[in-house]
Design a protein around this ligand. Structure first.
Ligand code: GLN
Length: 491
């Protein structure tokens, strides 16, 4: 077995037993990147020298008896998360030359745990998108089929994990951007509860929805990564001061006494649904039943409003968050005669079409005269969506749903029609509106050999039960062990 194809937990044992060194592992992954990333294009920035230096340091730390949880593990970071001294572009021209002076708290936690940062992964501009085609730089390709998108907006991170170009990665999820690319690339993608992981140093998109999450090769690795990045941070006022449970301990225990809810609204959208996705998720529910879970049909009646509510709230918050890119404090500056012209030229050239579309939608939703009709109304319906989940979690421990209505679509297929693109998130938006947690795990393949993902959703701070159910399913199936045929993308 090649070192780059190891999971984090496998590499961790080999490192602890001194069977491999962090340097060997990091070199193997860097070589892998050189070999495949011309075809996949998962990375925007690579930091090989720093990575090798960190690997040597990790080996030295281990010699001194250090056993930090990620000591010597090479990981990738979505380029909306700040890394000190390393460019952080958010996939946008407006931040093309931005080098943050500080690390995001999640990155600082990874480093303290001994992880090795390989580089920064491609993303839709400001994480706005579902295919990574909105990156100002280039599109990333799906390792299972290079003509298809990896999903988005954390498409670079998901593709890098799927193509063994890192052992695990950070992403961000505002409306599905960790879970949907995980499902398209056949990997595990965990969106923690709002407040569970600090967003300090995450470039803000929609602040009431944004959450940093992890992309991993299996559920155990997702638990390991979450363990490291979770916790209270006084620098993020929305992070919650609750103890971080032992997520590894939460994996085992099986499904006896666990009630699994199956919401009818997530299986009844034939106009957008690929039948193979429905069938795979229904079969997975059968597997959970065989493992001892009790299955309950439930309803989340306001599901159909998630898309319009999200596309009012997210752009409104985005329009405010993006106001800071004015060519004065940081990022691109297109100098013109006076200040207003400089603002206009900077923002006109710096933002791509999707960023501009969101700013216009959001400014409209927040403008005097329309505020009550759109934004305020959306907030009220958001409360109803949240109440749906509260009621459901009064009856069940977790909820199972498809992650996306289809498998990975073709590059270019939806770029001309934003509404079609937005529809790829109909099953992931509600969880951000409600602030709850969930994971996407592989649950099958379609007739083209493309991965299918399903979500295991839990209430706020229910990561333990989510991981336990996901792990039980993973142990009973082999979907997560399949890898894309790398003959497609190896040099
Ligand atoms: N695709 C959704 C959007 O474009 C969600 C993005 C995300 O989660 N960052 O807004």
């Amino acid at each position: 077995m090649e070192l780059y194809s190891l999971t984090i937990h496998e590499a961790r044992s080999l490192l602890a037993e001194r069977k491999i060194s962090a340097l060997e592992l990091t070199e193997a992954v860097l070589e892998r990147i050189l070999e495949v990333d011309n075809a996949i294009r998962a990375y925007l920035t690579l930091t090989p020298e720093e990575a090798l230096e960190q690997a040597r340091l990790a080996d030295a730390r281990r010699t001194q008896g250090d056993d930090a949880p990620l000591l010597g593990i090479p990981v990738a970071i979505k380029d909306v998360i700040c890394t000190a001294g390393i460019p952080t572009t958010a996939g946008s021209r407006i931040l093309e030359n931005f080098i943050p002076p500080y690390d995001a708290t999640a990155v600082a936690h990874l480093k303290a745990a001994g992880a090795i940062i390989l580089g920064k992964t491609n993303t839709d501009e400001f994480a706005m998108g579902s295919s990574t085609e909105n990156s100002a730089f280039f599109a990333t390709r799906n390792p299972w089929d290079l003509e298809r998108v990896p999903g988005g907006s954390s498409g670079g991170s998901a593709a890098a994990v799927a193509a063994d170009e890192c052992l695990g990665a950070l992403g961000s999820d505002t409306g599905g951007s960790v879970r949907q690319p995980a499902s398209f690339c056949g990997v595990v993608g965990l969106k923690p509860t709002y407040g569970r992981v600090s967003r300090y140093g995450l470039i803000a998109f929609a602040s009431s929805l944004d959450q940093i999450g992890v992309l991993a090769k299996d559920v155990t690795d997702a638990a390991i990564l979450l363990q490291v990045i979770a916790g209270y941070d006084p620098r993020d006022s929305t992070s919650v001061n609750l103890p971080v449970p032992d997520y590894m301990a939460a994996l085992t225990g099986g499904l006896h006494g666990v009630t699994v809810g199956v919401p009818k609204e997530y299986f009844a959208a034939p106009e957008v649904m690929q039948p193979e996705v429905t069938a795979a998720v229904q079969a997975a529910v059968g597997v959970l039943a065989d493992l001892g879970a009790r299955i309950l049909d439930i309803s989340l009646p306001h599901t159909e409003y998630a898309l319009p509510v999200y596309y009012l709230i997210a752009p409104a918050e985005a329009s405010a968050n993006l106001a800071r890119y004015d060519g004065v404090r940081y990022g691109l500056r297109v100098e013109r005669g006076d200040l207003i012209e400089t603002y206009n030229a900077t923002r006109g050239q710096g933002f791509g079409p999707e960023g501009k579309r969101r700013i216009m939608l959001g400014t409209y939703a927040w403008s005097a005269g329309y505020y009550d009709a759109y934004y305020l109304k959306a907030q009220k319906v958001r409360t109803l969506i949240r109440a749906d989940f509260d009621a459901a979690f009064g009856q069940v421990d977790v909820i199972i749903a498809p992650t996306a209505p289809t498998t990975a679509f073709r590059i270019g297929e939806k770029v001309a029609d934003p509404l079609q693109m937005y529809l790829s998130d109909i099953f992931t938006l509600s969880m951000n509106l409600a602030g709850i947690c969930g994971v996407s795990i592989p649950c099958g393949f379609d007739h083209d050999g493309l991965p299918i993902g399903m979500q295991v959703l839990g209430p706020a701070f229910g990561e333990e039960q989510v991981l336990r159910v996901a792990y039980a399913y993973e142990q009973a199936t082999e979907w997560h062990l399949r890898k894309p045929d790398d003959g497609r993308f190896r040099k």
